[in-house]
Structure formats: structure tokens, C-alpha cells
Design a protein around this ligand. Structure first.
Ligand code: SAH
Ligand code: SF4
Length: 358
């Protein structure tokens, strides 16, 4: 039987698992101290834990299932990690360094079934969901990497914006959040965690009902159904008005600010007229919303899409600002190392396929 990653268990799940097997309740906190504070990489290093408990853990769990395939570091400090899962699949994780801290962007699925027409992750359909353990392990691997340099750097923020649609892997996503957020372990504040969705309506309601302070970002990319469906086929089944109803519910329930992500594609969704349409769509929520304008990171396979011109980006931004919509233009991180969502993975897979042909 394949052993599970210990990182996949929430604190409550680990406590139950241990006590059901005759172990004392406090063992769970000891194990978590070793995993998340002292950050050992083997159960045998957990020296204050009794032998029988260490053996029990070793027989049932593993600590590391991800293998580092390669890593790249950009001039601006951004690091991109390509990991091999135990079934051979590749996933990517990005570390971004800001003035306010170090943020890790995690992957939630192997590939993505949503298939947005601009996104490298959608080039291959989803082969499986990641387990909660595999998602936590990405953060831990990055943290271990920081630990090995010895500069006391800590992962302080998490964005769930890597490969995959997190709301299509909801249970594992929520367990992941519980693990990284818990004060008993890493203690990454809920307000420092952001989940991005392409707009899976039902799950926006569930997320709002979960009663957590985690930030939500919705990938909008267009202010009307015709354009949005052209860019994101998910809009056919989950049209803008339904997404907006769910967003209203989220805002009312949580009173938290929501982010709308908007990729600017040259000549597609970046005109002044489209900016005005966007203002009309969200002006009733301007107190509790923020628009993140994202310069498109070109993907080789999608020749139809180019990054918007600087002038169009500025005009678009100005129109939103003048109409009282809070917004910003996302600074490109690590553009010299293929840092856009799914690009490193898709390039590596292309290389592998080409090699296989030789
Ligand atoms: N599936 C989720 C989360 C992962 S994608 C979602 O779509 O929201 C995270 C963000 O990266 C999304 O807003 C997505 O639109 C954006 N993105 C994808 N490919 C991109 C590219 N080539 N350039 C810039 N942003 C991209
Ligand atoms: Fe999937 Fe998000 Fe990429 Fe769309 S943008 S294909 S939802 S990962």
C-alpha cells in the first residue's frame, strides 16, 4: 500500500489518528513541532517521541514524496521549483520575494480541465488532483530550501495560483489551508493566504460559508459574457451574472474585500470601452473590491495573444481609478525564468516529448 504524506493531515486528523491507535493526545503537537517548527525530514529525527510512536508513523506515512526536478532563480529573487510527484508527474511551485515577505504560489492539480484559452496549464487536461499533503509539501520544500541557506527567511504568504483550479479540488484545498494556517504549525495568517478561482460558482458560496479569513480572488478577464466565453470557456456554464451573485453573497457574508484578476490581452479585452464596461459591472461593490490588472505573460502555443501595450494598460488603469475602482497593475515577477502559470512545466514536458521522439 502506498504511504500517505504526513503533511496531508490536519492537526485534528492527526490527533484522532494517533489516539485511535493508543497514543497520547499530546503526541500530535510534538509531531507538528518537529514537522513545522524544527522542520526535520525524517521521523527518526523526532528524538523526544517514543520509539513505538515513531515506528507507527514510519509504517504509515512518509515525510517527503516530492522530488526536486530542477529549480531556477531570477535576478529579482523569484525562484521556480519543478517537482516530480511519486507517480512521475511534474508540478511547479514559485517563490516570490516582496518587501512585505516571501510568498509561495502553489499548484493544486496536475494540469487543469478549465482550459482557458490563454493559459499554459490548460494545454494538457487534468490528470489528477493533488492530495492535501502534496500541496503542503510544496510550501515545506520551499521552506526547507530557505532553511538550508540559513538566513532565517520564512514563508509568510501563500497564493493558490499555480497549476489547476483550486475549487475543483475543494476538500484537499481546505485541508491544506487548515494545515498551513494553524498556529500549532506554520501559523501563516489567513489574511496572508489568497485563493484564486476561475469562478466555480457553487464553491464560491461554500468558501463564503467556511467562516475563514482567507482572501479570495476571482479571475474575471472580461466584463461581458460574449468576451469572457471567448477567453474562458468555463463562462458558458458559469456566466458572469451567476459569478457576480456568488461574489455578492461572499461580500455580504464575510465583509472581506475581493480581488478581481484581469489579464490584459492586446486588442482583445484592453480597450477603453471595455474598461468602462468593467466599471459598470463592479461599481456597486467598489468599497469591497480590488482589480488586479495582470500584464499577459505570452505562451508560445498561443500566438493569438500578446501582452497589451504599455499605453493601453495605463489607460485601462486610469479609467478604473477615475471611477473609484481600486486597482493596481501586477508587477511581473521572474519574467526571465518562465514564471507564468504552468509555463515551466509545459516547457519541460515539451522537451521530454521531443527527447522521446529521438
Ligand atoms: N485556476 C485558477 C488559479 C490558477 S491561475 C484561476 O484561474 O484563477 C492564476 C492566475 O494566473 C489566473 O488569474 C490566471 O488567469 C493567471 N494566468 C494564467 N496564465 C497566465 C499568463 N500566461 N499570463 C498572466 N497570467 C496568467
Ligand atoms: Fe486552469 Fe486557471 Fe489556467 Fe484557467 S487560468 S486553465 S482555470 S489554471
Amino acid at each position: 500500500m502506498k504511504k500517505e504524506s504526513i503533511y496531508g493531515l490536519t492537526f485534528e486528523q492527526l490527533t484522532d489518528w494517533l489516539t485511535e491507535r493508543g497514543q497520547k493526545k499530546f503526541r500530535a503537537q510534538q509531531v507538528w513541532d518537529w514537522l513545522y517548527r524544527k522542520r526535520v525530514k525524517a521521523f527518526s529525527d523526532m528524538v523526544n517521541i517514543k520509539k513505538d510512536c515513531v515506528l507507527l508513523l514510519e509504517e504509515n506515512f512518509v515525510i517527503q514524496t516530492l522530488e526536486l526536478h530542477s529549480k531556477q532563480e531570477s535576478k529579482d529573487g523569484t525562484m521556480k521549483f519543478l517537482f516530480k510527484l511519486d507517480d512521475g508527474n511534474l508540478i511547479e511551485t514559485v517563490l516570490m520575494r516582496f518587501d512585505y515577505g516571501s510568498s509561495v504560489c502553489v499548484t493544486t492539480q496536475v494540469g487543469c480541465n478549465i482550459g482557458c484559452s490563454f493559459c499554459a496549464s490548460g494545454l494538457l487536461s487534468k490528470s489528477r488532483d493533488l492530495t492535501s499533503g502534496e500541496i503542503v509539501e510544496q510550501v515545506m520544500n520551499v521552506q526547507h530550501n530557505m532553511d538550508s541557506v540559513g538566513k532565517e527567511e520564512r514563508v509568510s504568504h501563500i497564493v493558490v495560483m499555480g497549476i489547476g483550479e483550486p475549487f475543483d479540488n475543494f476538500v484537499n484545498l481546505m485541508d491544506f489551508i487548515s494545515v498551513v494556517n494553524s498556529d500549532r504549525g506554520l501559523g501563516i495568517g489567513a489574511r496572508h493566504i489568497t485563493v484564486s478561482t476561475s469562478g466555480i460558482v457553487k464553491k464560491i458560496y461554500e468558501f463564503a460559508d467556511a467562516g475563514i479569513q482567507v482572501n479570495l480572488a476571482v479571475s474575471l478577464h472580461a466584463p461581458n459574457n460574449e468576451l469572457r466565453t471567448k477567453i474562458m470557456k468555463v463562462n458558458r456554464g458559469q456566466p458572469i451574472e451567476k459569478v457576480m451573485e456568488a461574489v455578492d453573497y461572499y461580500l455580504e457574508k464575510t465583509n472581506r474585500r475581493i480581488t478581481f484578476e484581469y489579464i490584459l490581452l492586446d486588442g482583445v479585452n484592453d480597450s477603453a470601452e471595455t474598461a468602462h464596461e468593467l466599471v459598470e459591472l463592479i461599481k456597486d461593490k467598489k468599497r469591497l473590491s480590488y482589480v488586479n490588472l495582470i500584464p499577459y505573460n505570452p505562451v508560445d502555443e498561443y500566438i493569438q495573444y500578446k501582452q497589451s501595450k504599455k499605453g493601453s494598460i495605463l489607460t485601462f488603469y486610469d479609467i478604473l481609478m477615475k471611477n473609484g475602482i481600486q486597482c493596481g497593475v501586477r508587477h511581473e515577477q521572474g519574467s526571465d525564468i518562465d514564471a507564468a502559470c504552468g509555463q515551466l512545466r509545459s516547457k519541460q514536458m515539451k522537451k521530454d516529448r521531443e527527447q522521446a521522439k529521438v
